[in-house]
Design a protein around this ligand. Structure first.
Ligand code: XBP
Length: 235
């Protein structure tokens, strides 16, 4: 293995339930909308990757959402921007720690000179908020490529983010290892030809992991892994 490619949401940190979900609900409230996503509904909606796409998907089921497609898209864009602001505030307040073992593996890889990249479907501002809070303002220098939603608009399970990360790393797919938590990301990595180790997150404790090299509950010491390989740093 010559490079490590990190997913963000669910892999670096459990960002969805107590981060993005709460931030969406705060955005609904800020615009006076009666909509709220409970944990169960948000889990269902995670099948749709991309926060704006997730909103549009949910709005299609709501009689009180604007009927006009342009108005619906405009409302989704406004809510999404508000959500990202609220998400950044939640992260800045210390609400979203890195998952166990993540900081250690980032450090270990850096000390070993292992090139790293990020391949995510989330907005760049969310990555800035999370990694800026945990790794400091110079965090991006630790990555050869940081590929976010704005760079790769075809969201996971499309392999676009992975293909761009590989180009930034300058390595062949089989030379890298992807770290993912959920089936859309696993499919994206597999479609790009990148071997993938899965650190299951709360919403994907049981989801499909077809094509994964190894599957485990996390990177922390003592985590149990199964599969033909083990990611570096796994306990
Ligand atoms: C996770 C996603 C994102 C986040 C919310 O991406 O699908 O949509 O839920 O972020 P990944 P945005 O697992 O690839 O990190 O609202 O910015 O889309």
């Amino acid at each position: 293995m010559q490079a490590l490619i990190w997913d963000v949401d669910g892999t670096l940190a459990e960002t969805e339930r107590d981060g993005h979900r709460l931030a969406f609900n705060e955005a609904f409230q800020a615009l006076g909308l009666p909509w709220r996503w409970d944990e169960r509904r948000y889990g269902e909606l995670l099948a749709v990757t991309g926060g704006r796409e997730r909103l549009l998907h949910d709005m299609a089921t709501r009689p009180d959402a604007p009927a006009d497609p342009d108005a619906r898209r405009a409302l989704a864009a406004r809510l999404h921007a508000l959500k990202n602001e609220r998400y950044a505030a939640i992260v800045a307040a210390g609400g979203i720690p890195l998952r166990p073992g993540v900081a250690e593996l980032l450090d270990e890889a850096r000390r070993a000179g292992l090139p790293m990249a990020i391949a995510t479907t989330t907005s760049r501002s969310n990555v800035e908020a999370l990694l800026g809070a945990h790794l400091g303002p110079g965090w991006a220098a630790g990555f050869a490529a940081v590929v976010c939603a704005e760079d790769a608009p075809r969201k996971k399970p499309d392999p676009q983010a992975y293909l761009q990360a590989l180009a930034g790393l300058g390595c062949a797919p089989a030379e890298a290892l992807a770290l993912e938590d959920a089936w859309p990301g696993i499919r994206a990595a597999v479609a790009a030809g990148v071997p993938v180790a899965v650190t299951r997150s709360v919403y994907f404790a049981d989801g499909p992991v077809d094509g994964a090299l190894a599957v485990g509950p996390g990177l922390g010491a003592g985590a149990g892994w199964r599969g033909p390989g083990r990611p570096p740093g796994a306990g």
